[in-house]
Design a protein around this ligand. Structure first.
Ligand code: GDP
Ligand code: MG
Length: 305
């Protein structure tokens, strides 16, 4: 359920092009109906029919039984895995803000071949440091998850660039008693700084790709962001998926969500705050072109993997 609609949705996108050409022709040809518009309508109908067969019929006539999960974690001990790549300015304050939380029992910084003082600053702030030789955001995230898994009873993945706030951890942990993984979403404009990297293009771009991913899993999840690193996961849930994760590059985040959903983990998203990055972005940041390229890679992954 969902996959057929996801594929056929592309017919709808193509139909928009035909509608557009059709409308221009209608406008310039004294408002007479034309074949472009008609073809667009045929594509729309195929799309609607597929959605009806794929989503509406199963949802209305064969609803899946769902059970509320209730499994509170007593005596929360959060083990934080924090990614870093030449982040000597940001890593100290990033570590300290988590160290100040009573539920954070450990902070491990992943030094992804840093050539500055990141490791030193991380240690000074009280973190453990693990070196990850495979370069890339995804490689750093996977190592962070593996390192954090060694301690505590809940794993937290976060970036050490001061965009995320440790005080938001309580927003994520609030939902863990009902789920396996809680994701942050950065598309809630009310709590995102306007000088953060989520520009209007990033907000709507993330929202669009998130909805494509949601379509693939239909009523299993509700997503509004695919690029938020900040997330928590139960150790036993991570064990189910960790060996299935393999994306070392920028689009690790939706890859992990996809693998989690494929393995029937319960996933929920909650709004988190986002601040201006401290230090230079090495990822997508607020670069529209990089965002576009990464977005297309994510799109392809959602369709094919
Ligand atoms: N882009 C990138 N980020 C890395 C790499 N290794 C570790 N990271 C960390 O992954 C996180 C995301 O990168 P960042 O520069 O903040 O990208 P942005 O969030 O798109 O601005 C940061 O904590 C980086 O320090 C890498 O090879 N490339
Ligand atoms: Mg960042």
């Amino acid at each position: 359920m969902g996959r057929l609609s996801l594929y056929v949705f592309h017919l709808f996108l193509i139909s928009l092009v035909f509608h557009f050409i059709g409308l221009i022709k209608i406008f310039f040809q004294s408002f007479s109906f034309n074949e472009f518009f008609l073809f667009g309508l045929i594509l729309d109908l195929i799309f609607l029919l597929a959605v009806f067969i794929d989503l509406a019929i199963p949802t209305i006539f064969f609803p899946e039984k769902k059970f509320l999960k209730f499994n509170p974690i007593k005596n929360l001990q959060v083990s934080v895995g924090m990614t870093a790549y030449n982040d000597e300015q940001a890593i100290g304050p990033s570590v300290k803000q988590f160290k100040e939380l009573k539920e954070a029992v450990s902070v491990t910084v992943i030094d992804n071949n840093c050539i500055d003082n990141t490791a030193l600053e991380a240690k000074k702030a009280g973190a453990d440091v693990a070196k990850e030789p495979v370069q890339g955001y995804g490689a750093a995230c996977m190592r962070a998850l593996r390192e954090a898994r060694k301690k505590g009873n809940l794993i937290c993945l976060v970036e050490g660039d001061m965009t995320f706030s440790a005080s938001d951890l309580k927003k994520l942990t609030a939902y863990i008693e009902n789920t396996d993984m809680v994701l942050g979403t950065r598309t809630t404009a009310e709590i995102v700084d306007s000088d953060s990297q989520v520009t209007w293009f990033m907000r709507y771009g993330n929202l669009f790709i998130a909805k494509l991913l949601q379509l693939r899993f239909w009523d299993k999840v509700r997503l509004t962001d695919v690029g938020c690193t900040y997330r928590i996961i139960r150790p036993e849930a991570l064990d189910k998926i960790i060996d299935k994760l393999y994306v070392t590059g920028h689009y690790f985040s939706p890859h992990m969500i996809l693998i989690a959903l494929e393995n029937n983990l319960k996933v929920i998203e909650v709004p988190v705050t986002l601040k201006k990055r401290v230090g230079e972005s090495k990822g997508v940041g607020d670069d529209t072109l990089k965002g576009l390229i990464t977005g297309f890679k994510m799109w392809w992954m959602i369709l094919t993997k």
